[in-house]
Write a protein that binds this ligand. Structure first.
Ligand SMILES: [Zn+2]
Length: 231
C-alpha cells in the first residue's frame, strides 16, 4: 500500500493532474475536476424524461420513447474542454467518470426503469482505431458501472462521410441516414435500449441510430441519453 502511495506521489510530481475545465492543478481528494468546476457543472435538467426539448427535436425523425441528458453544451464555455478531452485528447477515463455522474443523475429521474441495455453510437473503424477508443462506448461503460446494465455494440457505422460537426440542419439529417446499420441477436429482440452519445445537436445522429436499430428489430424500444445537449 505504502509503495502504491509512493508511486502515486512520484507520478503526481512528474505528471501533475490538472482540471480539464480551468487548467488549475488538482488537489489531493479532487477526482477529475477541481472542486470549484465540479460545483459549477452546467447541468441540463429535463422537466420530464418522456417529453422534453431533446425528444421534440428528434420525434419528427425517429420513434424514441424517452430521453435525458446531463450537461448543457455551450461551445464558448470552458466546460466545452470536457468534450474536447474525451474526443481528441485520449481522456477515456474522463468519459467513464462523466458516464458515472450522468447515470447517477438519471437514476434520480427514474430513467433506468425498464431499460435493458446501453448501446453506444459507433465511430467508423478507422476513427475508432486512430482514437484508440470510442468515447460514446466509454460513456456507456461509466453508465454501466452505476446501473449494472450491459453495453451492447449493436450498431455499425458503415460509411465514412462528412463529419456531422461540419454540417447544419437538413444536411446533417441526410448525411446521417444510411450511415448506420444494426444487428440485434435474437435474445435481445423486443428489448428497451438506451442510445448513448457525447453531444446531441439536431438529433440527426441519434435518430439515424434509432432508425437503424428499429430496422434490425421492429419491436425494439429506443431511448436516448447524450451526455450533453446543445440546445
Ligand atoms: Zn477547475
Amino acid at each position: 500500500m505504502r509503495t502504491m502511495n509512493l508511486l502515486a506521489d512520484i507520478r503526481e510530481l512528474l505528471l501533475p493532474r490538472v482540471c480539464p475545465v480551468c487548467g488549475k492543478l488538482l488537489m489531493a481528494g479532487e477526482d477529475v475536476l477541481c472542486a470549484f468546476c465540479a460545483i459549477g457543472l452546467p447541468r441540463c435538467r429535463v422537466v420530464s424524461i418522456e417529453d422534453n426539448q431533446l425528444l421534440r427535436m428528434i420525434w419528427d425523425k425517429a420513434d424514441v420513447r424517452k430521453g435525458t441528458t446531463f450537461l448543457s453544451y455551450n461551445h464558448y464555455s470552458p466546460y466545452h474542454n470536457l468534450i474536447i478531452d474525451i474526443k481528441f485528447h485520449g481522456r477515456s477515463d474522463l468519459a467513464v467518470t462523466l458516464g458515472n455522474w450522468a447515470a447517477a443523475e438519471a437514476e434520480k429521474q427514474g430513467f433506468w426503469k425498464s431499460v435493458d441495455a446501453l448501446v453506444p453510437v459507433p465511430l467508423t473503424r478507422w476513427r475508432r482505431w486512430r482514437r484508440g477508443y470510442n468515447q460514446a462506448e466509454m460513456l456507456a461503460k461509466g453508465m454501466s458501472e452505476v446501473t449494472g446494465l450491459p453495453v451492447l455494440n449493436l450498431l455499425k457505422r458503415t460509411k465514412n462521410r462528412t463529419p456531422q460537426s461540419r454540417l447544419k440542419g437538413e444536411a446533417r439529417k441526410k448525411n446521417a441516414e444510411g450511415i448506420y446499420s444494426a444487428s440485434v441477436p435474437n435474445e435481445w429482440c423486443g428489448k428497451t435500449f438506451v442510445l448513448v452519445d457525447d453531444v446531441m445537436t439536431t438529433g440527426a445522429t441519434l435518430a439515424a441510430c434509432a432508425n437503424a436499430l428499429q430496422r434490425a428489430d421492429k419491436d425494439a424500444t429506443i431511448c436516448i441519453f447524450p451526455l450533453a445537449y446543445a440546445g
